[in-house]
Design a protein around this ligand. Structure first.
Ligand SMILES: [Zn+2]
Length: 286
């Protein structure tokens, strides 16, 4: 009897130890962001047990606030193409993955904002939420209207679209009519310059043209003020920045550099790519 009991206890303890070790390994792998968890069953199990891991991002936002107290820190994302095919194109995110990102951010307690909200926080006319995420889309691809816009409307999120003014209506890009319809339904349209040139390689006159004329063309086309800019490829220097300050209220780069000070004209965004299946991998910035 005694022997039988001790055997049962040993088996029970072994089981408890086994589960404790497994849970510990998952927790550790999740914490360090092990690449093995990027996709597949382990990642799924890990998410079921621990949910979206946003600690890293919250720590970054806190650090960003300390580095640049004058700028309201937000999580801003930069998407490009959004279509169900072209899985191999690293700049393309499947519309259903975009929807998953939105739901994961919501589940993690984030509030969706756009450039208009950001302008109001800066002006002090609205109170920023504790965790804010801004979804933006660069280059004005036609698939943004066809695939991203319906997902945003279904999920009740307003996105910000940075459009190359000379390309509107041309070669796989959104038309003025589509942009106006999106704008009428709450989407915000910003400038991504006239010709999508790398501004840091241009003269002051050319930079002035790209920033001033794109704003004028978009305002004429859309009938609303354009006050936000995204630098093509994200490159900016002091000349580009000082000209951006003349024509815009804010401007975004296309990467997140945790130790760099942000200004309203160097707002950082995470690039979102085809390998970013969940928001944790966006936060890991790769
Ligand atoms: Zn671009």
């Amino acid at each position: 009897m005694y022997l039988k009991n001790s055997k049962a206890i040993t088996v029970l303890i072994s089981f408890i130890c086994f589960f404790a070790i497994c849970a510990g390994l998952f927790a550790y792998a999740h914490h360090i962001g092990s690449p093995v968890l990027e996709s597949g069953r382990l990642e799924w199990i890990s998410r079921v047990i621990y949910g979206p891991n946003v600690r890293r991002e919250i720590a970054r936002l806190k650090h960003a606030k300390e580095l640049s107290p004058e700028v309201f820190p937000i999580t801003a994302l930069c998407y490009h193409e959004v279509r169900p095919d072209r899985a191999d194109d690293f700049l393309n995110v499947n519309p259903e993955i975009l929807r998953r990102h939105i739901r994961e951010f919501r589940e993690a307690g984030f509030t969706f904002i756009d450039v208009d909200d950001l302008r109001q926080y800066e002006a002090g006319t609205a109170q920023p939420p504790e965790k804010a995420v801004l979804l933006s889309f660069d280059d004005g691809y036609a698939d943004n209207y066809k695939y991203a816009y319906p997902v945003l409307r279904e999920e009740k999120v307003t996105g910000t679209f940075f459009v190359v003014s000379s390309m509107v209506g041309k070669d796989n890009r959104m038309t003025a009519g589509q942009l106006k319809e999106m704008q009428a339904n709450g989407m915000k349209i910003g400038s991504h310059t006239v010709n999508h040139e790398v501004l840091t390689k241009k003269s002051a006159e050319q930079i002035d043209y790209e920033l001033r004329v794109s704003r004028e063309q978009l305002e004429t086309m859309l009938g609303k003020p354009v006050y936000a800019l995204a630098y093509p490829t994200g490159y900016v220097n002091s000349t580009v920045q000082s000209i951006a300050e003349k024509y815009y209220d804010m401007a975004f780069i296309a990467s997140v550099i945790p130790d760099a000070k942000q200004t309203r004209y160097t707002l950082q965004r995470y690039g979102v790519f085809n390998w970013n299946e969940h928001i944790e991998s966006i936060f890991r910035n790769r």
